[in-house]
Design a binder for this molecule. Structure first.
Ligand code: BES
Ligand code: ZN
Length: 454
């Protein structure tokens, strides 16, 4: 138990290191921050090396953000666990909504506020410190560990996918541990058994050769923004059912056990609406329970529309083109390639005359499911329960983590999704935070998990 004392004694240092990590604005989608993304990778690599991990290094892929690899394979006869995290973050905008600047971490009532605090620097740092505690106090680990961290998760994780596909031998393991999800409620230890997949892309609609005077040509010339509105409106009915032929064919309903377990979770629809969503009512098919809409049903969402005149004042123009950013979230057993083809066919069918409408995918990921009876999942539940003092619950998440499906596909291993975020951590939003007790408990849980597996 020496390492527990070590963790206890190093809390301040851990917090300082975590803050230093958070100060690096590693926004993966922004070319201007490529240097910062690299610094974050180097930060992770240095930390792993200082702890005593071996073969620490950056894996470079031309023009893209590096992967960080490390291993410690000295536990002969013991299983090998692959630890995954991402050191990139979402853009912080809108900046004016932050109570403290996004890259100047600030602690307020047991929460640390910064972009990436929860997603996923806090949870990545948990993994680093669990390794540090074990290695510094015992100079070894109870199991074999490989570490793979990426800097492109928030932009689709395409390159890590290529690496995993090409070098399965360098990542050989029995299971992966991914800390990048949420607890269902404060203090309630949670394992996630399913993630939605995603297809994200752009719908480009073009009409006339150039922008046109809306008085001179309006009534005869096609309008691409109107066309986008018509296309989007016909792809989903007013109850939220997606009207794409064949789209639901492969949707696997949750098992009766899952439905029963979800019904037992401490979920209050009114509170969810008020505290998390903050709109006047929830949408979606009323006969489908809310958690099932979020976790076990696919979606089609529009994220942004660009086109025409949006400046101050008035300009009478019929735009020549318009663009919408769309995504579909997919559930088992939907397939991203098939769903893309289905969407493209549906767009072609409903697109009004006079325009050309084309959907181009930008990135995609398959949905993933984990078996709660797997021994690596069971040990994770035991570790969580021993630290939080409550029975671990199994949920799914509506979000996507592309690597989980890729580990299954290319390495043939399950991913244990043990998350320490909270529902109000504001992922991808202003005032992202991480609950510090979850940060410190997370370190102990991961440490305990490695011991249990050994
Ligand atoms: N950590 C999130 C995913 C998540 C959030 C899982 C909450 C479970 C609960 C992850 O970093 C993320 O946001 N992923 C993107 C993936 C996409 C860009 C491929 C997502 O879900 O939008
Ligand atoms: Zn994440």
């Amino acid at each position: 138990m020496e390492h527990m004392t070590y963790h206890q004694a190093n809390r301040e240092r851990y917090l300082d290191g975590f803050k230093a990590f958070l100060r690096i604005p590693s926004i993966s989608t922004s070319p201007a921050h490529a240097g910062d993304v690299r610094r974050a990778a180097e930060f992770v690599a240095q930390d792993l090396a200082a702890s005593g991990m071996e073969h620490v290094g950056l894996i470079e892929q031309a023009g893209r953000h590096p992967l960080v690899y490390a291993d410690w394979l000295g536990a002969a006869g013991k299983p090998t666990l692959l630890l995954y995290g991402h050191y990139d973050v979402q853009p912080p905008e809108p900046l004016e909504e932050w109570l403290s600047p996004p890259f100047e971490p600030e602690v307020r009532n047991e929460n640390i506020y910064a972009r990436g605090a929860c997603d996923d620097k806090g949870q990545t740092y948990i993994l680093l410190k669990a390794l540090e505690g074990l290695l510094r106090t015992t100079t070894r680990l109870p199991v074999n560990v490989r570490v793979l961290m990426e800097g492109e998760e928030e932009v689709g994780g395409e390159h890590i996918g290529q690496f995993v596909a090409r070098h399965p031998e360098r990542l050989a393991a029995d299971a992966a541990l991914i800390c990048d999800t949420e607890m269902f409620a404060p203090g309630l230890p949670t394992i996630c058994t399913g993630l939605r997949g995603i297809v994200y892309g752009e719908l480009l609609v073009t009409g006339a050769r150039t922008d046109l005077h809306s008085g001179v040509y309006g009534g005869a010339a096609p309008n691409p923004i109107q066309a986008i509105a018509e296309i989007l409106a016909s792809l989903k009915d007013r109850d939220g059912r997606i009207r794409i032929a064949g789209f639901y064919d492969r949707v696997r309903p949750p098992t009766p056990e899952e439905r029963a377990a979800w019904a037992r979770l401490p979920f209050d629809e009114a509170e969810f609406l008020e505290k998390e969503v903050g709109a006047s009512c929830l949408v979606g098919p009323a006969e489908v329970p809310v958690l099932e809409r979020l976790w076990a049903q696919p979606t089609l969402e529009v994220h942004g529309v660009r086109g025409g005149f949006t400046g101050e004042g008035a300009k009478t123009v019929i735009p020549a083109k318009a663009l919408a950013k769309l995504s579909m979230r997919l559930v088992a057993d939907q397939d991203p390639v098939e769903a893309t083809t289905q969407l493209q066919a549906a767009i072609a069918r409903v697109s009004p005359k006079g325009v050309k409408a084309e959907f181009q995918p930008i990135h995609s990921a398959a949905p993933s499911m984990m078996d709660p009876a797997n021994r690596f999942v069971k040990a994770a539940a035991e570790a969580l329960t021993s630290v939080f003092g409550r029975e671990t619950v199994y949920i799914r998440s509506g979000g996507s983590i592309p690597i989980a499906g890729l580990f299954q596909k290319h390495l043939g291993i399950p991913s244990v999704l043990m998350g320490f975020g909270l529902p109000d951590d504001n992922l991808h939003a202003p005032n992202e935070k991480f609950h510090l007790p979850n940060f410190f408990n997370g370190i102990i849980v991961v440490n305990r998990y490695l011991e249990l597996l050994g």
